[in-house]
Design a protein around this ligand. Structure first.
Ligand SMILES: NC(=O)c1ccc[n+]([C@@H]2O[C@H](COP(=O)([O-])OP(=O)(O)OC[C@H]3O[C@@H](n4cnc5c(N)ncnc54)[C@H](OP(=O)(O)O)[C@@H]3O)[C@@H](O)[C@H]2O)c1
Length: 232
């Protein structure tokens, strides 16, 4: 099988989470040199065959992100692509919820994406080409009960994607987002034991769409917000 990302250095934020792990496995299979960045400590269990794994990096901090991306570019001779997977979720009604949840969702989902994008841009622009893929959420287009803070932060990720795609149109860097519905994760299965998990999108299927957006075949796609929903 032909590999589509041979030799490309791809940084995945939130790389020690569930989707981050599945994405790393897919990108390694496609020949990429994969770098995982996360605020959690590097997990004790074996990771896919990644080039570098950096734990303890808070992507809410421009200083911490800047240092991490400079180190990656220095050690691997540049950076070709960034996938912003880092994020989090809360279910909370507006009536019973706290304002801190809105701040926390903003920090985890939107601030991390903006900070990591700003940190990677000098490295992508230095190469004159690059790929940026954000993980948004389908829930951002219409928020259900309890989803206000999460959906608002992911709506921000959608607008970031559009604005940055326009900004970089003539600079060789594409910027797109995938919008998953419910990913089939152990956490979701535990939280929704009565749901039909076969209708959800698998992390492997989502990773395949992200890998396509990182590939040369997707060079004409920028500013796209792509629903990846399984059968939800
Ligand atoms: N699961 C779903 O059904 C679903 C649906 C739609 C969209 N998404 C999105 O898909 C992405 C991945 O989901 P997932 O289920 O794989 O989540 P996950 O397992 O919780 O992984 C997310 C990772 O991001 C890390 N992270 C959070 N804030 C960070 C920060 N400030 N700096 C560095 N790392 C940070 C988390 O660390 P901590 O563990 O320390 O927080 C975690 O390791 C998220 O953006 C999520 O919103 C998920």
């Amino acid at each position: 099988m032909t590999q589509t990302l041979t030799g490309r250095t791809v940084v995945v934020t939130g790389g020690f989470g569930f989707l981050g792990g599945a994405l790393a496995a897919k990108l390694v299979k496609e020949g990429a040199r994969v770098v995982l960045v996360d605020r959690s400590a590097v997990p004790a269990q074996a990771l896919p065959d990644v080039a570098l794994a950096l734990g303890g990096v808070d992507l809410g901090s421009p200083e911490s992100a800047g240092a991490a991306f400079s180190r990656i570019a220095g050690e691997l001779g540049g950076i070709d692509a960034l996938v912003n997977v880092a994020g989090g979720f809360v279910w909370e009604t507006v009536e019973a919820g706290s304002i801190e949840s809105w701040d926390r969702m903003y920090s985890m989902n939107l601030r991390t994406a903006v900070v990591a994008s700003q940190a990677v841009l000098p490295h992508l622009l230095a190469k004159g080409a690059g790929r940026l893929v954000n993980v948004g959420a389908l829930a951002a287009s219409k928020a259900a009960t309890g989803m206000g803070a999460y959906a608002a932060s992911k709506a921000g990720v959608a607008r970031l994607t559009e604005a940055l795609a326009e900004e970089l149109k003539d600079k060789g860097v594409t910027v797109n987002a995938v919008l998953p519905s419910i990913i089939d994760t152990p956490t979701n299965r535990a939280d929704m034991p009565d749901a039909d998990a076969t209708r959800w999108v698998s992390a492997a299927a989502l990773a395949a769409v992200i890998a396509f957006l990182l590939s040369d075949d997707a060079s004409a796609v920028t500013g796209a917000l792509i629903p990846v929903c399984g059968r939800v």
